[in-house]
Design a protein around this ligand. Structure first.
Ligand code: NAD
Length: 457
């Protein structure tokens, strides 16, 4: 059996070796998931809810060791690993509270002897191929509602967060999810590819645009339902009337939290010329206060870069911006290893000829561009193939709503950023993906509506 090596990105040290799947074991797991599905779907919802409630309790009981494992395998600061786990508990609470209403039969018409009804039936076997940057969030956004609605799940965590994936599967089994109902599939992209070859009824993916497109192409001939949660180049605009200090603090955090490795990290900032210089000074002061270092230290705000390959992407963006005339205000280089480290980086005098303002950075790096008015800001925000989130900072709510209505993005923010709510759908426009998770829509997405036309004899 092959083994998957896990390295700590903060030190480069080998920290674990996990037994990995191969094509044969993936096929066996898919067969087990298929066999287990009818019985799981027939299990009363109350029992499925109880199981997920026990899973939640297991997460609470092990929160500290789970947070430590996450930090050690992805380099996320320990305070942010704890935040992710606590955030997951809130998501589970929402799903526990809302699933029954979301999948109840709906009586939509009664007229004499004619009755029309919609029921929500599980898709069947759901595959979840997942990213490493928020493995509890992106894994459980799929796994938990899929299980609650009666699907069986094949879950391939990222090879960079595989220990977390194994813990999620273990805790679900400990909570009473039968073995075949939820199975982790361990390995890298080739094992993700093997999963696509199986008979599945839905594929829910979180990861890069390139991989998402490849997956959609593989599954298209079989007409398998596909959802893709992909990258972004999320903009925010600071209007002339904004609270400049509050906007700077919020956006510095939105750009650098999780070392900039969030799908909804702020990746571009546009600032009205009247407050540009003051804004930049506040951002620089905030960033200077971010402690970079040992991710296990509770005071650390910026940890390691999870994938070494991303350091090359950051280097290229920095060199390209410098060559095209941007002003480097801080950072702009790797920090000494061992491990993968990048200095928090701020550029001004940027424009859309630069990769920094066009391609996902996925690191602690941000460009700030001066604009003359609202229309220019909206045009620049929409000058992207992505559309995950976008924000506006202003004291004027009506104006914020007007501007945000014109922006192509799945989620829009007024005076906030880098925020996900279990109550709201999480979705992207354009190259940020198709489909959604979270909210009651993100429960129903794991079901098919079945239409009943019932005439009394
Ligand atoms: P990735 O595309 O490299 O990998 C994602 C998953 O796909 C991994 O599990 C990987 O093993 C698997 N995979 C790779 N090649 C495959 C193939 N040919 N067939 C099947 N599976 C394959 O992405 P990543 O580096 O893990 O994640 C970072 C990306 O995810 C960023 O672009 C980020 O913006 C995005 N992301 C989006 C959201 C969202 O909600 N929109 C959330 C988190 C991350």
């Amino acid at each position: 059996m092959t083994r998957l090596k896990i390295r700590n990105p903060a030190t480069g040290a080998l920290i674990a070796e996990l037994p990995a799947d191969d094509a044969g074991s993936v096929a066996a797991k898919a067969a087990a998931a298929r066999a287990a599905q009818p019985r799981w779907a027939a299990t009363p919802l109350a029992e499925r809810l109880a199981v997920i409630g026990r899973f939640r309790a297991g997460l609470v009981a092990e929160l500290e060791p789970l947070a430590a494992t996450l930090t050690q395998e992805v380099g996320k600061p320990i305070s942010q690993s704890r935040n992710e786990l606590n955030g997951l508990l809130a998501r589970i609470d929402f799903l526990l509270a809302q699933t029954e209403a979301a999948i109840n039969a709906e009586d939509v018409f009664h007229d004499g002897g004619m009755h029309e009804q919609i029921t929500h039936i599980p898709l069947g076997v759901v595959a979840n191929i997942s990213a490493w940057n928020y493995p509890y969030f992106v894994g459980c956004n799929v796994i938990v509602p899929a299980l609650l609605t009666g699907n069986t799940v094949l879950y391939k965590p990222s090879e960079f967060a595989a220990q977390t994936g194994v813990h999620i599967a273990r805790l679900l089994h400990q909570a009473g999810v039968p073995a075949g109902v939820m199975q982790a599939v361990i390995g890298a992209g080739d094992i993700g590819g093997a999963l696509l070859e199986q008979r599945i009824d839905g594929l829910f993916f979180t990861g890069s645009h390139a991989t998402g497109v490849r997956i959609a192409q593989v599954l298209a001939p079989r007409l398998v339902k596909v959802q893709l949660e992909l990258g972004g180049k999320d903009p925010s605009y600071v209007r002339a009337d904004a609270d400049v200090k509050a906007a700077a603090a919020s956006l510095a955090d939105g750009a650098m939290y999780n070392s900039g490795q969030s799908c909804c990290s702020v990746e571009r900032i546009y600032v009205h010329e009247s407050l540009h210089d003051a804004f930049v000074e506040h951002v620089l002061a905030t960033v200077a206060g971010f402690k970079v270092g040992d991710p296990m230290d509770a005071a650390t705000y910026i940890g390691a870069i999870t994938r070494a390959a991303q350091l090359d992407v950051l280097d290229v963006q920095v060199a390209d911006a410098c060559a095209k005339g941007a002003t480097l205000r801080c950072g702009g280089q790797r920090l000494p290893g061992p491990g993968n480290w990048y200095a928090p980086t701020v550029f001004t005098e940027v424009d859309h000829t630069m990769e920094l303002m066009r391609e996902e950075s996925f690191g602690p790096i941000i460009g700030i561009q001066k604009v003359r008015n609202d229309d220019e800001a909206v045009a620049l925000m929409n000058d992207t193939r992505y559309g995950l989130t976008a924000g506006v900072f202003t004291r004027d709510e009506a104006r914020a709503r007007e501007l945000l209505a014109r922006v192509n993005a799945g989620s829009v923010y007024w005076n906030c950023c880098d925020r996900v709510s279990p109550r709201l759908p999480w979705s992207g426009h354009g190259d940020s993906g198709i489909g959604l998770t979270l909210s009651t829509h993100g429960i129903q997405t794991f079901t098919r509506p079945k239409a009943w036309h019932l005439r009394q004899p």
